[in-house]
Design a protein around this ligand. Structure first.
Ligand code: NAD
Ligand code: TYD
Length: 371
């Protein structure tokens, strides 16, 4: 069958990527979706079991840094669209091992850009698009001008400051992770400005939902609460993050891939700020409720530990441009998203055990001790 489009999704076996692949494979049978992933510790084909036999889905194992292989893939599949999610994504790891982050996130992105450019030069840029997925962390950190939180029309939840990241906020990355992501964003813009490549970039807030690797706050803590293990809260738990359900991110990516303006940046967020300690209490209450434990039974698991080096105080996204121009809004209330997420992890202990066994477990224990 001749497909209408051939779309390369990098990092499709990871957390967000697997939701994006599933969304595109199901919604667009007329597109061929090529999932290109190295299957690092964070990538897992079990995340895509339900779509792996679909005729319009192809998996290719490979490294985005392997330029010759990436070029051969662009030619073999006649790629006309890229949705680039492959990255090293965990801030704590980037503090321990910044080189890997520079290599994958910066050089890997450059390798994809250059391969796309060489392929698309042959046929022209008409109908092509390179969509780069980035993070709000490139903007740095915001102040907590309302440490106790205040109600606001701006947000579905309380807000903790007067400022928000907009598309015009200057880049001020602090962690090796966000510095590498910022650098890759600059390369994407440079390929537009220098070679005219059709690109679009989005900067999204913290995602949560099924299939997230359990080194990130929400899946790690759900699993620890279930097994009554300590919950390592960095610093005083005062840091604020804006949380978005991962399927809402996948929907935003769909809208922007199809309708976003060339060379634009769009911020994607949940209008949903939470102080870590408050979020953790919500998680404890929900896990205890679903397991039939007395309310708040597990709050004594909260353990304050040494703060993360350079820990950004507050992230808060203004995603009104995306709502105004392309009509996207988060669809899920946070309470519903947390209920679904906790249910999924409690129902999928086997998935958690599989992804945290073997090599990863050894690495994790070496880095953090056995939490
Ligand atoms: P993840 O760590 O769960 O998945 C990353 C995927 O990339 C994995 O499948 C991994 O195998 C693959 N990968 C890593 N190195 C590779 C390489 N060299 N070649 C090919 N594949 C490779 O990450 P995630 O949380 O799903 O994040 C996906 C993207 O979204 C990243 O670019 C991240 O910066 C961005 N982002 C994430 C969040 C979040 O809250 N998780 C928020 C905003 C933006
Ligand atoms: P994380 O899920 O790592 O996302 P990010 O650092 O990209 O925002 O962390 C979310 C917040 O939770 C962040 O402020 C750090 C904090 N945190 C803890 O307090 N303890 C933990 O064990 C982890 C993993 C994170």
């Amino acid at each position: 069958m001749a497909y209408e489009r051939n779309i390369l999704i990098t990092g499709g076996a990871g957390f967000i990527g697997s939701h994006v692949v599933r969304h595109f494979v199901r919604k667009y049978p007329q597109y061929r979706i090529i999932n290109f992933d190295k299957l690092t510790y964070a990538g897992n084909l079990a995340n895509l079991k339900d779509v792996e036999n679909e005729p319009n889905y192809v998996f290719v194992k490979g490294d985005i840094c392997d330029f010759d292989f990436v070029c051969s893939m662009f030619a073999a599949y006649d790629i006309d669209g890229v949705i680039h999610l492959a990255a090293e994504s965990h801030v704590d790891r980037s503090i321990k091992d910044p080189f890997t982050f520079a290599k994958t996130n910066v050089l890997g992105t450059l390798s994809l850009l250059q391969a796309a450019r060489l392929q698309w030069k042959k046929t022209g840029y008409e109908g092509k698009r390179f969509y780069h997925i980035s993070t709000d962390e490139v903007y740095g950190a915001l102040e907590l001008t309302h440490p106790e939180g205040v109600e606001s029309d701006f947000s579905a939840h309380e807000v903790y400051g007067d400022e928000f990241f907009t598309e015009e906020t200057p880049y001020r990355p602090h962690s090796p992770y966000s510095a590498a992501k910022a650098s890759s964003d600059h390369f994407v813009r440079a390929f537009h400005d220098t070679y005219g490549m059709p690109v679009v970039i989005t900067n999204c807030s913290n995602n949560y939902g099924p299939y997230q690797f359990p080194e990130k706050l929400i899946p790690l803590f759900i699993n620890n609460i279930r097994h009554r293990k300590p919950l390592p809260v960095y610093g005083k738990g005062e840091n604020v993050r804006d949380w978005l359900y991962v399927e809402d991110h996948a929907r935003a990516i769909d809208v922007i891939f199809h309708k976003g303006k060339d060379a634009e940046t769009y911020n994607i967020g949940g209008f949903n700020e939470w102080k870590n300690i408050d979020l953790i209490k919500v998680l404890i209450a929900e896990v205890d409720r679903q397991l039939g434990r007395p309310a708040g039974a597990d709050e004594d698991l909260i353990t304050f530990v040494t703060d993360r080096a350079g820990h950004d105080l507050r992230y808060a996204i203004d995603s009104r441009k995306l709502s105004r121009e392309l009509g996207w809004k988060p669809s899920l209330q946070f309470e519903e998203g947390i209920e679904k997420t906790v249910r999924w992890y409690l129902d999928n202990q086997e998935w958690l055990d599989n992804v945290t066994s073997g090599d990863y477990q050894n690495y994790y224990d070496a880095m953090y001790g056995n939490r």
